[in-house]
Design a protein around this ligand. Structure first.
Ligand code: DGL
Length: 273
């Protein structure tokens, strides 16, 4: 049984929220998840560091026979994807592909907004990169994009506090802040792998009038479409329905924490990069 799994990369556990939707949409393929838990979070790190870490992980997934790698991490998509696609891939192997989560989301966000004002909630790295602003402008030049960095939200989720009363303070703080930028915002994007876990709390402070988008389903549908349009890549992805999980840190920790994101038992494997 030869395996050429679709690689899914994230800085840690969060990309499992994206992988869950991809696997639901496209269950037939083999998947190899890599969480760089030893070096997460990425959200507060510099461009150079995120690029260096992400490239190392992509190369590892290539060495495991992945022809297609999805950067499920927004921060890595914002800070490393373009360099990897333009600078590294032509040298490593022009036949392989690395895709991110920003483009597919930017392609549809305007469809949801009637007022023309959308809000992006992400890590400091994602927000400071301005990647969403640039990508959305290309797709929907008439949209006004408001951004808010929410540095406390990832630690809340990682520490399993996403449901606690303590989380209310930080969720409300950032929701109030982004909504104060314009009273016309009618669509908010959760532009971080972890934020879907905070959905109930976010909804509580946003109210019912505003559409809240999380990325898993959007990315999954976009990937299905991509594979239809690119049979030359699709044919290289093996279809035995397997899922493997790699982590750069403790497998016990990964197995114990990952169920918050994945809802099934995971037996992860350690890799030393
Ligand atoms: N996976 C990251 C993202 O989607 C969040 C966690 C981190 O900062 O590493 O931006």
């Amino acid at each position: 049984m030869s395996s050429a799994p679709i690689g899914i990369f994230d800085s840690g556990y969060g990309g499992l929220t994206v992988m869950k939707d991809i696997v639901n949409e496209l269950p037939q393929y083999d998947y190899l998840y890599l969480g760089d838990n030893a070096r997460s979070p990425y959200g507060t790190r510099s461009f150079e560091t995120i690029y260096h870490y992400t490239l190392e992980c992509v190369k590892y997934l290539f060495s495991q026979n992945s022809h297609l790698v999805i950067l499920a991490c927004n921060t890595a998509s914002a800070k490393a994807l373009r360099s990897i696609q333009q600078k590294d891939l032509p040298n490593i192997d022009p036949e392989r592909r690395v895709l991110g989560v920003i483009r597919p989301t930017a392609e549809i966000i305007g469809i949801h907004s009637k007022t023309g004002h959308v809000g992006i909630l992400g890590t400091s790295g994602t927000v400071n990169s301005e990647s969403y602003v640039m990508e959305i402008k290309q797709q929907f030049p008439e949209l006004t994009v408001h951004q808010e960095a929410c540095p406390m939200w990832v630690p809340l989720v990682e520490n399993q506090e996403y449901d606690s009363d303590g989380a209310d303070y930080f969720v409300k703080q950032h929701i109030d802040s982004i909504l104060s930028k314009s009273n016309k915002i009618d669509t908010l994007l959760l532009a971080c792998t972890h934020y879907p876990l905070l959905m109930d709390k976010i909804r509580q402070f946003v109210g019912d009038e505003i559409t809240i988008l999380s990325q898993g389903e959007i990315v999954a549908k976009s990937l299905a479409n991509y594979l239809k349009r690119h049979p030359e890549i699709e044919q290289k992805c093996s279809q035995n329905g397997t899922r493997r999980f790699l982590t750069t840190d403790s497998t016990d920790d990964f197995n114990a924490h990952a169920n918050v994101f994945w809802n099934k038992e995971i037996n992860s494997e350690f890799i030393d990069l």
